[in-house]
Design a protein around this ligand. Sequence first.
Ligand SMILES: Cc1cc2nc3c(=O)[nH]c(=O)nc-3n(C[C@H](O)[C@H](O)[C@H](O)COP(=O)(O)OP(=O)(O)OC[C@H]3O[C@@H](n4cnc5c(N)ncnc54)[C@H](O)[C@@H]3O)c2cc1C
Ligand code: SF4
Length: 600
Amino acid sequence: MTFDRSQRFGRRGPRVWALALLALALLAVVLATATTHAASINVAASEVAINANGQCSLREAIINANNDAATHADCTAGSGADIINLAASTYSVTDSYVSYSGNTGLPVITTAITIEGNGATIDRNSDTAFRLFAVDGVAPEAGNLTLNDLMLTDGAMTSDVGGGAVFNDRGTLTINDSFLSGHSGANSGGGGAIRAEAGTTTINTKVALRAHEEDVAKWHLATGLTNGAGRPFARADLDPYYARVEDLLGVRERSDWQKCIYTVRPGFRALGADLEPVHSYTDAECQSYGSCLQGCPTGGGKSTMNTYIAWALARGLLDLRTSAQVERVLIEDTAAGPQAVGVEYADAAGARHRVRARYVVAAAGALNTPQLLLRSGLRNGALGRHVGLHPARLVYGLFDEPQDAHRVYPISAHCMKFQRDADGGFVVEAATVMDPIAFATTLRDEHGPLWGARLVEAVRAYRRYAGVLAMVNDENNASVQLDAGGAERIAVDLQPSELARIAAARQFSHDVLRAAGARQVYWTGLISTHVQGGCRMGDDPARSVVDRRGEAHEVKRLFVGDASLLPRTLSVNPSLTVMALATRLAEHLVTEMSEDLSPA
Ligand SMILES: Cc1cc2nc3c(=O)[nH]c(=O)nc-3n(C[C@H](O)[C@H](O)[C@H](O)COP(=O)(O)OP(=O)(O)OC[C@H]3O[C@@H](n4cnc5c(N)ncnc54)[C@H](O)[C@@H]3O)c2cc1C
Ligand code: SF4
């Protein structure tokens, strides 16, 4: 792995290395005195800086916990998985988050630490751009951070890769009963409050469904896609790959339904439909916190970050360059035609780099991979076209009793009665509400968006809502292109048949909630979280961008491995299919080209 640690956390002063040597020198003492129990390190009110004043400061406490040694006599020594107890006070942090010397920045967390806030606030009290906490979970470090009952305010990281409050690099971050307020992140990295590496599965709801046979049958019709044995590509061609992904991610049925499901289920039944359990990539560690869309605090939600990427890193199989913005694929003309030979990317500081490679797999998501290939000079007529948005909306019912639909695994049931186009062309998932801010800023009814006193009244009853998510089959009429200046241009062109399905899905959801006893029903505007297509695969180069293996028709050795491959939008959540197709592509690269994969 060639990742430069200083890029993630900035440079530490010479004091760091002095401390490291000091820690080594103290090793014998530590071994002799170490206890197997976690230490409880009590921090004095508002003390942050290193001062030999007999008062344990926040900074000294973290250093002790990190090093498992009494490096600061003012605090109790660390002894592994320590708990730092704050006094109910405000701790003003006024310096770089990495610096150990002389002032009040907080050291990078490199071991398991729990901070019991007891209602305290940690505030960035300075104009300087820096974040509050950084967690390094990359071996040999083992940073894991748990924050309990704490307020973090005004963190900023505008000169690095985002994560104003916390930057968590592959450790476990657990946040309980805490508030993160007023943070900002880098333009390049995003992640105003929290920044983590890996794709959208890090902040999705983990629903894991195989595509319906009819969804996959549409692929052959759209692009002439066959399975290589001359037959139209079918669900059966994906099943072995689905099974492998499900096995690896521990996909399981979620029949552990909570109150909100039992509240809405009678409504479905009254309308001749029903709910059944979904499958999801959430293991037994899932504590039903409901924060899947903000990032799973337990690791029970399986993302590509804590599975595929973590496993490959641990086995030394991956050279991971984080915060690298790939700008174009490098393509050279050869006797066999244009061929991909690497990529050019910009790092977090804006410096450009080139990586040579025998094979390039573009997997930047359905909105970004088409743009990347357009920037790289590909001109296939289907590129960036036939994008599916899987339009969706949340519909909320207000019930008499608290539902607490925000404190459950967000989607544990679904109604599949209308899944096929012939049956209506929509799927309804239950029962969920968005986080309070998203909830308050998207509520509407037949008069338009709620505002003023009505909005205040509606939001005050937040705990009493149970919502459903209605997702509609679309016909891939959106597109993503670049304008003359290179900026993205996304066009959506919903057709009457799609609009009719969207209206029917909303009406059904509304009627379900009313039949279940909702006093009032609100809904959101249309949203799209399942973008698919844009580099669709097929046998016909006039209607597809890549062939049935995922290799670009125009450029050899350039493959696509993400949701942009899908020739037609699925009726269900797509990530299991995206991972199945990526597994199929990996198998192809490994088995059929193994002799060519010797080091360049
Ligand atoms: C809120 C939400 C909830 C969802 N819930 C579910 C669900 O419950 N079940 C389900 O099946 N699906 C769900 N999805 C959809 C699912 O997460 C996506 O379909 C899936 O992750 C798409 O995978 P991908 O590999 O195509 O793209 P992504 O997972 O988005 O990965 C693309 C990666 O490429 C990176 N990237 C982009 N451009 C560049 C560039 N130029 N250079 C370098 N890197 C770049 C991105 O940062 C990202 O990390 C949800 C999506 C959202 C947004
Ligand atoms: S419900 Fe909570 S614990 Fe379970 S997967 Fe989602 S975020 Fe993780």
